[in-house]
Design a protein around this ligand. Structure first.
Ligand SMILES: [Zn+2]
Length: 210
């Protein structure tokens, strides 16, 4: 479990250094066996110590020290993703471009073929107040067949087989949202079609399987 705790601390520092959050916003979790290490609520990322990282089982029972800091307010959303997908790590951030795009569209259009790495055009989960079970349900619905989703008027969420992969996807999603903002400022962007994306996906599959 120590490696998962360490990964949560390092991931929090990376949220700041990558410019994806301000202050204590966003949250990180890493699964280890049937336990999940989650960043604590309301502690600056550069002040989180190993004993501050919360460890829970998949049902939400805290197994780390009972007098420790509370786990992130979005812990329920993280646990639901672990229960219903093959995720091993989850990153939630408030990147400026991701939030901006989440206020305007229902689906992030495929302006660049890299979007196939996220499973296709990224859906925007319907708004619900932060930390609620409704928000967790909306996010799970938006993640169907995807490893990334935007959260309306809130932020972005990605998962992966490792924290590194979840981060790569978080940064890719933020970049695709910057692309959307930039292109839309000049006019109506052209988007790739479903058949364009299917061709990219099969070319990528052939490359990795050959
Ligand atoms: Zn948030």
């Amino acid at each position: 479990m120590d490696s998962a705790v360490r990964a949560v601390i390092d991931g929090g520092l990376r949220l700041i250094s990558d410019g994806l959050v301000e202050g204590t916003a966003g949250n990180i979790s890493v699964r280890h066996g049937d336990l999940v290490a989650v960043s604590p609520s309301s502690i600056d990322y550069d002040r989180i110590r190993p004993e501050d990282v919360c460890v829970l089982d998949l049902d939400g029972t805290i197994v780390s020290r009972p007098d420790g800091p509370r786990p992130s307010t979005e812990t329920g959303m993280h646990l639901r993703i672990y229960r219903e997908t093959g995720a091993r790590a989850v990153v939630h951030h408030h990147g400026l471009a991701s939030v901006a795009v989440s206020t305007v569209v229902d689906v992030l259009p495929a302006l660049h073929y890299y979007i196939v790495r996220l499973g296709g055009p990224v859906r925007v989960a319907a708004y619900a107040r932060y930390g609620t079970d409704q928000l967790a349900r909306n996010v799970l619905a938006a993640l169907e067949g995807r490893n990334a989703a935007l959260m309306q008027n809130h932020g972005a969420i990605t998962y992966g087989a490792s924290l590194e992969q979840a981060f790569d996807r978080a940064l890719l999603l933020e970049w695709l949202c910057r692309l959307q903002v930039t292109a839309a400022s000049m006019g109506r962007p052209r988007a790739l079609s479903d058949s364009d994306l299917a061709e990219v996906a099969s070319a990528a599959y052939e490359r990795t399987s050959s």
